[in-house]
Design a binder for this molecule. Structure first.
Ligand code: TXA
Ligand code: MG
Length: 323
């Protein structure tokens, strides 16, 4: 199979072309501030089927619908609680997905057969203008999971998208390049189908931020939520290298830790972030680097505390479960 087209200069024309291609039923991988997404017309069963095929993902896993504005979200949902409106106003465009009761527009092939649908307005200039152009053509929304093979580490650069998906994309599919994703971890997913918000996946929008936006201090905590989140499966976000948490690394092992931790002799330093934000941004590319170097194992020294550190530890733990 030929390489899918790689468009690194995202001029307005390029983005229009990509929107047209999406509208015609092809796949477009695009940058967002969290991770790269693999997009398809969310109203087309055939287009969405291509996502599952390219990712090797089970078809009953729900996808996030990406739109360019809060208004563009409305056709997808049937009920928007007041606290969800606060969240959308405060954090969109941004690294947050809201799960709400679906409308008839959100078909089973997008929601994995659930009565709810996940929607997000991403905060990235290329993603937003792609979604705007798609909307101008009459498009309703773009279903996009992270642009990696099922169970692998999410891509935070277009190069990582290529190494994940090149052989699974078709000639008319596109990959847009928008540099490195600045947040580096997937969006916070918030279930908004109950009387209070429930965090299904931690991310850059934290519990404290949700509380102060909504005025609701008691978020729901329910680990046995019946909603299916593939991100909450074990064996996810994993490199080939074995991931070990919070040990002193030995010679030959990779090492991801804050810059205040020294690199022991013979250890391969994969990342030395100076802050939790940098840790989040660099974690996935560091895991990829371990595989590129063919390392057998690596150690992650997890950052303590709240904020995005919670999401970092969540992904580190999953990575440590192995593929
Ligand atoms: O940051 C992100 O959210 C990225 C970028 C591309 O937007 N997308 C992403 O998609 O991480 P994905 O498919 O890799 O993960 C989306 C998660 C899945 O775990 C899925 O199960 C969950 O969202 N999800 C989607 N719709 C849902 C729903 N109706 N109920 C519960 N979980 C849902
Ligand atoms: Mg994913």
């Amino acid at each position: 199979m030929e390489d899918s087209q790689f468009l690194s200069r995202c001029s307005a024309d390029t983005i229009r072309l990509a929107a047209e291609s999406l509208f015609e039923g092809n796949l477009v991988a695009f940058p967002t501030e969290t991770v790269y997404g693999l997009g398809a017309d969310a109203t087309s069963a055939d287009a969405v089927a291509k996502i599952y095929k390219a990712k090797g993902r089970p078809a009953d896993h729900p996808l996030i619908v990406h739109v360019h504005s809060m208004q563009a979200m409305e056709p997808w949902v049937s009920d928007i609680p007041a606290y969800a409106v606060s969240l959308a106003r405060d954090f969109w465009p941004g690294p947050m997905t809201l799960v709400m009761m679906r409308s008839a527009l959100a078909k089973d092939f997008v929601t994995g057969g659930q009565d709810s649908v996940g929607v997000r307005v991403p905060n990235h200039p290329i993603a937003l203008s792609l979604l705007q152009e798609f909307h101008k053509l009459g498009g309703k929304g773009v279903a996009a999971p992270s642009a990696n093979r099922f169970g692998h580490v999410s891509p935070t650069t277009s190069k990582a998208v290529h190494s994940e998906l090149n052989e699974y994309l078709e000639d008319l599919d596109l990959v847009l390049d928008g540099g490195q994703s600045v947040i580096g971890l997937e969006s916070t997913i918030i279930d908004c189908t109950h009387d209070a918000p429930l965090i299904l996946r931690p991310g850059a929008i934290t519990a404290v931020m949700i509380q102060s936006s909504t005025g609701i201090n008691r978020l729901k905590v329910d680990k046995t939520s019946e909603l299916r989140v593939s991100g909450s499966l074990e064996k996810h976000y994993s490199p080939l290298a074995r991931v070990i948490l919070d040990q002193v690394p030995v010679s030959g092992q990779g090492y991801i830790a804050m810059s205040t931790f020294p690199t022991p002799h013979g250890v391969i330093r994969l990342a030395q972030p100076g802050s939790n934000e940098e840790f989040a941004r660099d974690l996935y590319s560091a895991l990829r680097k371990a595989d590129e170097l063919g390392l057998n194992s690596l150690v992650i020294q997890q950052p303590p505390g709240d904020g995005i550190a919670i999401a970092i530890r969540d992904r580190a733990l999953r990575a440590s479960k192995g593929r």
